[in-house]
Design a protein around this ligand. Structure first.
Ligand SMILES: O=C(O)CCC(=O)C(=O)O
Ligand SMILES: [Fe+2]
Length: 346
């Protein structure tokens, strides 16, 4: 199996990054000077979060994508970071939790995956945190910043993911091998602690068994094809920003207790594919808008889900209503991008 060190770059131009790292299948890169002027770099400490937001209810998961987690408080979670083998106080939650409020037998905690704080939803509750970062960093064109905030909320809800998130984890925190939602690129800006990241090109998908293989301790007997894959590796340190191009597989292990800012990136290279993903998820999107009077009001949406119920056997009328719904969604998205401007190099 081949191993490649991920390149490290500084003082780059968005056009360079687009061409060398996002075009086509893309190639991961670490930008080492992207967060130098972020207040978060000095302000965001474990103590600071505990003091400022300790009472927040949060969900810590047994690794990214795991079905078992615990609802606790941010303060209890931060106390737990220094003793990740101890029990985390809180209430079990998730799809793999049985009636007795304990993890079911079918879902043993993934070995070596301590509780990882992936469910704080910090920016939703505390929008002032945006003042501590530069969400559209200088090295990449970023259209997410130009999305109307309501639309961003709707898309967050529909995808079940967050465009901007803070992850806090103990030593050993794990995001098992996966790909991000809806063809977004992602950057991981490391604020505290180090993490090891192992990435694989979408071209190597056939070797990865749908992400079941563990790149740190591969079982070649069970997953023989994995030997054909090329691992792109790095350790991200505080101050490093790892850019993961759309569709790249990634596996991230915390080497120390850490704070990471994760941000999804949309731009010319993946925008059209992202819209297709939105349209593919139109029923969930429509359901979310239908349920929320606030969103309907803020987006000026007049339709209700019931408008799309087939009341006749007239297929043409039904198809027309679907097309109208698709067009409206596309127009709404297009409108929110109209004020987009290229970010300035600091
Ligand atoms: O820092 C990590 O654990 C990885 C997070 C991740 O994969 C993501 O934000 O998509
Ligand atoms: Fe990810």
């Amino acid at each position: 199996m081949k191993h490649i060190q991920i390149e490290r770059k500084r003082k780059v131009l968005p056009t360079e990054i687009a061409q060398d790292h996002l075009q086509g299948v893309g190639k991961p890169v670490i930008i080492t000077d992207a967060t130098e002027n972020w207040p978060a770099r000095s302000k965001w400490t474990f103590e600071y979060f505990k003091n400022a937001y300790g009472r927040d209810a949060v969900t810590a998961w047994r690794g990214l994508g795991s079905g078992t987690g615990k609802v606790t408080t941010l303060s209890a979670y931060i106390n737990f970071l220094d003793t990740p083998l101890a029990d985390l106080p809180g209430i079990w939650t998730g799809k793999d939790i049985g009636m007795n409020r304990r993890p079911t037998q079918a879902a043993p905690a993934r070995a070596g995956s301590p509780f990882y704080l992936l469910g704080w939803f910090a920016f939703r509750q505390h929008p002032e945190l945006y003042d501590d970062i530069v969400p559209a960093p200088y090295f990449v064109q970023d259209l997410v910043s130009t999305l109307n905030p309501t639309l961003r909320d709707v898309l967050d809800w529909t995808s079940g993911c967050e465009y901007t998130a803070v992850y806090i984890g103990p030593e050993g925190s794990l995001s098992p091998l996966h790909r991000d939602f809806w063809h977004t690129h992602t950057y991981l800006a490391q604020i505290r602690g180090r993490k090891r990241a192992i990435l694989f090109s979408p071209r190597d998908s056939a070797f990865l068994y749908g992400g079941q293989v563990d790149p740190e301790q591969p079982d070649f007997e069970q997953f023989p094809l994995f030997d054909g894959a090329t691992a792109y590796e790095c350790v991200i340190e505080p101050g490093d920003t790892l850019l993961i191009p759309a569709n790249w597989w990634h596996y991230v292990r915390g080497l120390e207790k850490s704070i990471t800012l994760s941000r999804s990136v949309l731009n010319d290279s993946n925008f059209s594919q992202h819209i297709v993903d939105i349209l593919r998820n139109l029923p969930a999107l429509a359901e979310g808008i239908d349920r929320s009077p606030k969103w309907r009001d803020e987006l000026g949406v007049k339709w209700r889900l019931s408008d799309f119920t087939v009341k006749t056997r007239d297929t043409a009328a039904f198809n027309n209503s679907l097309i109208t719904m698709g067009l409206n969604a596309a127009r709404m998205i297009q409108r929110s991008f109209q004020n987009w401007q290229f970010p300035q190099k600091p």
